[in-house]
Design a protein around this ligand. Structure first.
Ligand code: UTP
Length: 292
């Protein structure tokens, strides 16, 4: 069955990003000048997922507004003859049909995904986390959809990380199927690196069969007292094959300030508009501070 819908859980408290996230959603924090969630909706739209459900927290109306039309702003830009900006603003509301469901309490990523059931129904669907940005040229989601099309099963994204870092991720116990593809034997949330079954981390892109909703109903609070998506994937993997698509580049972690800074610099130097001047400044800055 073809995948048509994408779910973007964005209702977490974003505590690693306080105070910026006190009164605004973490997913609205921009990479240069584009909110992270817009980059994620663009990624979904590029592979034909034009029906997007955002799981938002209380008070996160900025997300819905961002993907809505903005008649006042559009009228202003039109009157000023700023046609390029006008087109860019209109294009955001044409990217996808964005629906919103509220997660009333941040009970965990697993709980957030379970709230998509009424919207998704009995179809396979994709889940994209705005904490993990994927470079626009990386074909990760397209490849995951291809694997789903071939095997008809759930596919998660996996990436090797330095062993000590696995303690911050869901960790995959893999069984090799083919190049870039493993079957998930088990998956465990934030393991002790000494006991972790591998250094393959779960990255925030998933294609799920609808059976994930049944297992989400059966899990109990896990790591951090939250309903963990990882625990549901682990249960699903015991009941039907779950695949992990292995990739190794084009992922930017923007969930915490240090990694966010690195991602912003990397993506900024690639920009056609500000990139060249920023690169020159960066080089000059590094020399002045004797960093190189
Ligand atoms: P994170 O754990 O990275 O996000 O969840 P967080 O909880 O907002 O971050 P910190 O640790 O407090 O800084 C991964 C994704 O799951 C969503 C988050 O919004 C993020 O996109 N999430 C998490 C929910 O939608 N609901 C939850 O209850 C928890």
């Amino acid at each position: 069955m073809i995948v048509r819908k994408a779910v973007i859980p964005a209702a977490g408290l974003g505590t690693r990003f306080l105070p910026a996230t006190k009164a605004q959603p973490k997913a609205m924090i921009p990479i240069v000048d584009v909110p992270a969630i817009q980059l994620v909706v663009e990624e979904a739209a590029r592979v034909g997922l034009h029906d997007v459900l955002v799981v938002a927290g209380r008070g996160q109306v900025a997300i819905e507004d961002h993907f809505d039309r903005s008649p006042e702003l559009e009228g202003f830009l039109e009157a000023k003859g700023k046609t390029e900006q006008l087109e860019a603003i209109r294009a955001i509301s044409r990217l996808a049909q964005v629906h919103v469901v509220r997660q009333q309490e941040p009970l965990g990523l697993g709980h957030a995904v379970s709230l998509a059931r009424a919207h998704v129904g009995d179809e396979p669907f994709a889940v994209l986390l705005a904490d993990d940005l994927i470079h626009p040229s990386a074909p990760l989601l397209a490849e995951m959809l291809r694997v789903h099309g071939k095997y008809g099963r759930s596919v998660i994204a996996g990436m090797e990380v330095p062993k000590p870092d696995i303690a911050s991720y869901g960790c995959i116990e893999p069984e090799r199927v083919e190049d870039h593809l493993d079957r998930v034997v088990s998956v465990i949330e934030k393991p002790d690196p000494e006991r972790a079954p591998s250094n393959v981390a779960v990255i925030g892109r998933y294609v799920f069969t609808p059976e994930i909703f049944d297992v989400l109903d059966r899990i109990t609070p896990g790591s951090g007292g939250e309903l963990q998506l990882t625990d549901a994937i682990n249960l699903l993997a015991q009941e039907q094959a779950v695949y992990a698509y292995r990739f190794d580049e084009g992922r930017f972690d923007v969930g915490n300030p240090l990694d966010y800074l690195k991602a912003t610099v990397e993506l900024a130097v690639e920009r056609e508009d500000v990139g060249p001047a920023f690169r020159d400044w960066l080089w000059d800055f590094a020399q002045r501070r004797k960093l190189v």
